[in-house]
Design a protein around this ligand. Structure first.
Ligand SMILES: Cc1cc2nc3c(=O)[nH]c(=O)nc-3n(C[C@H](O)[C@H](O)[C@H](O)COP(=O)(O)OP(=O)(O)OC[C@H]3O[C@@H](n4cnc5c(N)ncnc54)[C@H](O)[C@@H]3O)c2cc1C
Ligand SMILES: *[C@@H]1O[C@H](CO)[C@@H](O)[C@H](O)[C@H]1NC(C)=O
Ligand SMILES: *[C@@H]1O[C@H](CO)[C@@H](O)[C@H](O)[C@H]1NC(C)=O
Length: 493
């Protein structure tokens, strides 16, 4: 035996000895963030017997991007609102919790009547038959895109933007350009992915795994307990809760803003803004990819290059749900009227509207959704300014109606919020499968979860839930089975 192997052997024995001691007590795991993925990861770890957890959450509540707020007397969702992907071949794991276990009030969204509800820039609706023709054409282009997408090399080396695919079909250098075609395009892509077709990857988005696997239907959750009730329900499976469902477990620490994560071969040290220090065997980071792109959390040593590149190449998109309240209704209601579009010559300008006759009867509330550049613009101006713009648009849409001033407005600011930096991830052109998988890959004792690490469903509630399970399993394999190697091929492998 050479001296080197002897030393190596002693070292291995010592490590094994420590490992067995640690196993006796169970490893300690710090989870950063108590949104859907962090809570889901904690549940999985608990089920595997890893119960020595510390969950550090920056805000004063759990749920993260699933968050209700009171608006003019009703609770509305500032973040996630729909269970997306229902009535398909596989069961969306969120659906039975929402519809069967918790029985959250929910409504299937019906977009079939859209051709009847597209408003011209200066009022009145488009001819229904003509609008339907344009909808059919945009569906046809999307279908062609799906066929093309299926033929592209699985590595992603031939991936293209959705816009490039549209050009191949319609020979329009800038994509759809008439106000009607622009709003239909916006509704199909931006309203789902919160970034324009110029940015979004064709291969990873058309067809979309969420709808392929779980079904095309989406159900709007309108329950006064909030969509976040799902997160509270999962948390309550392993964290102590009081009678009213509040989590009172000392392992959940609220208002703890993590600023520094140090990691070495022997453990991790996490520091919070209030100068508290937490030590553990592993850390699971569940913050959004937007937060990872900011300088909120400092890693010591710095994360390796491959990890940094995967983080900075992915996109954190912005999707803003603006709720406005009126003293009375002046918009049409009834079957097929729930969703309506405004075809501005400025693409994405207060384009997609929803009325709530069924969900919040008599609340006189409308929801208008904007994304990307409009979101960032609106986050930076006063709510009064936004309210004035919205009322002006509505007066243009309904020139014959008496449109009163809005009495109240709710403008969520997810992009300006340092704990989110946007609303959900979007897969941009130029990131291949391997680089994406690197977002999920651990770095030593630092593990990663969050919707942006979901194998197939990034951007969604079910993606966050499943990512929590998957990332916990990677940690469990290391902590309990000593299978700590997690191989991710390089970009060109
Ligand atoms: C406006 C909007 C609309 C959406 N619509 C839908 C929808 O209809 N359907 C759907 O399926 N999905 C939707 N989504 C996406 C869905 O909400 C998310 O994918 C999911 O909730 C993300 O969960 P997460 O655990 O990955 O992240 P998060 O919910 O962001 O959880 C991370 C947690 O970490 C905390 N944190 C951040 N920084 C720190 C720090 N330094 N220290 C400690 N804690 C920190 C945050 O406060 C947060 O609680 C929407 C999201 C938004 C914002
Ligand atoms: C949701 O639950 C209700 C009540 O149990 C049931 O009737 C309905 O079929 C469920 N919806 C779906 C889409 O599964
Ligand atoms: C918004 O406008 C209302 C009435 O026009 C005014 O009372 C209020 O102070 C304004 N708020 C802000 C933040 O400017």
């Amino acid at each position: 035996m050479t001296p080197t192997t002897a030393t190596a052997l002693v070292l291995t024995l010592t490590l094994a000895h420590y490992a067995s001691l640690a196993a006796a007590a169970g490893p300690r795991v710090i989870i950063v963030g108590a949104g859907m993925s962090g809570i889901s990861a904690g549940k999985r770890l608990s089920e595997a017997g890893i119960t020595d957890l510390v969950i550090l959450e920056a805000t004063d509540h759990i749920g993260g991007r699933m968050h209700k707020t009171n608006f003019g007397g009703i609770n509305v969702e500032m973040g996630a609102n729909w269970v997306e992907g229902v009535n398909g071949g596989k069961m969306n794991p969120i659906w039975p919790i929402v519809n069967a276990t918790l029985k959250l009030r929910n409504f299937r969204s019906d977009f079939d009547g859209l051709a009847d509800n597209i408003y011209k820039e200066k009022g009145g609706v488009y001819d229904k038959e003509y609008a339907q023709k344009r909808i059919d054409r945009s569906d046809e282009v999307e279908e062609n895109g799906g066929k093309l997408s299926a033929k592209l090399h699985p590595s992603g080396q031939d991936d293209m933007s959705i816009l490039a695919m549209q050009r191949l079909n319609d020979h329009l250098p800038n994509g759809p350009t008439s106000p009607l075609d622009m709003i239909l395009d916006y509704f199909k892509y931006d309203y789902e992915f919160a970034e324009p077709p110029r940015v979004t990857s064709l291969q990873n988005v058309v067809p979309l795994a969420t709808f392929e696997d779980f079904g095309d239907d989406v159900y709007f959750v309108a329950d006064q307990r909030g969509y976040e009730a799902v997160v509270y329900y999962l948390a309550g499976q392993y964290l102590k809760a009081d009678k009213s469902g509040n989590i009172v477990d000392p392992r959940l620490q609220l208002s703890k803003v993590v600023r520094e994560i140090s990691y070495s071969r022997s453990g991790v040290t996490v520091k919070t803004e209030d100068n508290k220090v937490y030590k553990a065997d592993y850390v699971m980071v569940s913050t959004s990819v937007g937060v990872l792109q900011s300088d909120l959390i400092q890693f010591k040593p710095q994360l390796p290059n491959w990890k940094v590149l995967s983080i900075y190449q992915f996109d954190m998109a912005v999707y803003t749900k603006i709720f406005v309240k009126f003293p009375k209704k002046f918009w049409p209601e009834g079957k097929g009227r729930e969703f309506f579009l405004y075809a501005s010559s400025r693409r994405g300008y207060y384009g997609v509207w929803q009325e709530f006759e069924a969900q919040y009867p008599d609340a006189n509330v409308l929801l208008v959704t904007v994304t990307d550049e409009e979101s960032r613009r609106i986050e930076q101006q006063s709510d009064n300014q936004t309210k004035a713009e919205i009322v002006e648009v509505l007066r243009d849409m309904f020139p014959g109606a008496d449109v009163p001033d809005a009495t109240d407005i709710l403008v969520p600011r997810w992009w300006s919020d340092r704990f989110y930096r946007g609303t959900f991830s979007n897969w941009p052109i130029g990131v291949n499968r391997y680089e994406y998988d690197q977002l999920r890959a651990p770095v030593g004792r630092v593990y990663f979860t969050g919707e942006h690490t979901s194998e197939h469903y990034n951007g969604y509630v079910h993606g966050a839930y499943l990512a929590g399970i998957d990332s916990a399993d990677i940690l469990i394999n290391c902590a309990q089975k000593k299978m700590c190697k997690y191989h991710v091929p390089g970009k060109y492998e």
